[in-house]
Write a protein that binds this ligand. Structure first.
Ligand SMILES: [Zn+2]
Length: 445
């Protein structure tokens, strides 16, 4: 059974009409920023935009400056710990989430009640796209507490699901919940999905024979890479689809439908997105196969609205019609712009390396670690890559050479492959680390 489109009228509207529909909201929002956001009044003013007339409509958005995460951080003071882009007084903010960053002071994400309702709506569209619907039993593993993922969990209430939150602290507890409560759907990170596959296999539990028919992954790229997905689908005996959001903009902004050809944009009418070249900052035409960084603008957000916020998410995009009936473009996340390495002029994403290495499964486990020699995005070839062998696989004579040749052919990058026994590289139950800078030397002059 395919679940219904959550926002049928909105989600099936011709995409070409979206910008025109969003334009009045955008103009209202930018006028509000100029009037009430100290951060944007200063930033836009410095760039020569002092009035709503200077800013214009959505068709002129590319002339406005980008907003960077570092600028938001720099706008925080002891008097204004959220940042000078916060508009209402804190007494009108309904909730303050924190980002799950591991270093320094957390950044705070304030939401009004209306903002929460918008996020719940976006999340509901995304999860419905993945085929989840009324009557399904869904296990969630996000330890959402202080983090924005908590809003995604609220979406389940309105979707008629039986939601079973178990967190990610105990795999034993999770597997028991699947077995006893006969869950249809599990929501987790791709790393954790892979961990559970290994965990059950070690204990002789046939995960593929469980009641789970859908595995919804989010939180990091990987669930869309063909080899990673094929492996997870085989281990779980279930369909794998993914979702992607961004703490400062919205949860579950993109959700993949059951056609499994990329994640549809679920924020339409509430968020505007652009595709840009991360190096030049120039907008890129939206066409099938276009690749670039996503940039977001809130159209209605009240508490801490952002304009042209650089996500650092590098994606491939499709605009061709999808059989599910949703008309919004689809993307697959290739990696973080920040993780992008340039080896002799060629852009290389660690996730792309992992995808190619995975073609050699089951000779390899799928766990890799790129170990750059210099602390710089520019790297001299060959790029060192540690590749873990599959379980029970001894070092095969020419495997390193074959992987090296395949990487050169597919990504036009020269690598140096070090094969390691199964289980030697670190695993994370939340987000996988793909680059290890610990042995990198300072950058060249
Ligand atoms: Zn679709």
């Amino acid at each position: 059974m395919t679940a219904a489109v959550f926002d049928a009228e909105v989600e099936a509207r011709p995409w070409g009409e979206q910008q025109g529909l969003d334009d009045p909201d955008y103009r209202r929002q930018t006028a509000r920023l100029l009037e009430h956001s100290a951060f944007y009044r200063a930033k836009l003013g410095a760039a020569g935009f002092r009035s709503a007339a200077d800013v214009g409509g959505l068709d002129a958005i590319a002339s406005l400056p980008f907003t960077e995460k570092d600028e938001l951080r720099a706008s925080r003071t002891p008097e204004n710990p959220v940042g000078s882009y916060l508009i209402p007084p804190l007494s009108e903010v309904a909730r303050i989430f924190s980002t799950s960053g591991t270093t320094g002071t957390p950044s705070y994400v304030p939401l009004t009640l209306e903002d929460i309702a918008d996020w719940v709506r976006i999340s509901s569209r995304s999860y419905s796209a993945s085929g989840v619907g009324r009557g399904d039993r869904l296990i969630s593993t996000y330890n959402a507490g202080p983090f924005v993922a908590g809003v995604a969990l609220e979406a389940f209430n309105g979707m008629g699901l039986t939601h079973i939150p178990v967190g990610s602290a105990s795999t034993d507890r999770l597997v028991t919940a699947i077995q006893l409560l006969k869950a249809d759907t599990v929501v987790l990170t791709p790393s954790y999905a892979a961990h559970i596959a290994e965990w059950t296999q070690e204990r002789g539990i046939d995960l593929a024979a469980s009641s789970v028919r859908r595995v919804l992954v989010a939180g990091e790229p990987g669930g869309g890479e063909p080899a990673v997905r094929a492996k997870l689908e085989a281990a779980w005996g279930a369909d794998v689809t993914e979702a992607m959001g961004l703490g400062d903009i919205s949860v579950s902004l993109w959700g993949e439908c059951t056609e499994k050809h990329g994640m549809h944009f679920s924020g339409r009418g509430l968020v505007h997105f652009e595709l840009i070249d991360p190096q030049s900052g120039k907008p890129l035409p939206m066409a099938d196969g276009a690749e670039g960084e996503l940039v977001y603008t809130h159209l209605r957000h009240r508490a801490a609205p952002l304009l042209r916020f650089r996500s650092r998410d590098h994606v491939r995009l499709w605009t061709s019609p999808c059989a599910c009936g949703r008309t919004a473009p689809r993307v697959r996340c290739i990696g973080r712009t920040d993780d992008m390495l340039i080896v002799r002029g060629v852009n290389v994403f660690p996730t792309a390396i992992r995808e190619i290495v995975n073609e050699f499964s089951p000779l390899v486990s799928g766990v890799i670690l790129v170990r750059p020699r210099r602390k710089h995005f520019q790297q001299d070839p060959p790029l060192p890559v540690a590749v873990e062998l599959g379980e029970g696989i001894a070092v095969a004579d020419d495997l390193a050479q074959r992987i090296r040749a395949r990487l050169r052919e597919a990504l036009v990058v020269a690598t140096e492959i070090e094969l390691l026994p199964f289980g030697t590289l670190p695993r994370s139950s939340y987000k996988s680390k793909l680059v290890d800078w610990s042995n990198a030397l300072p950058p060249h002059e």
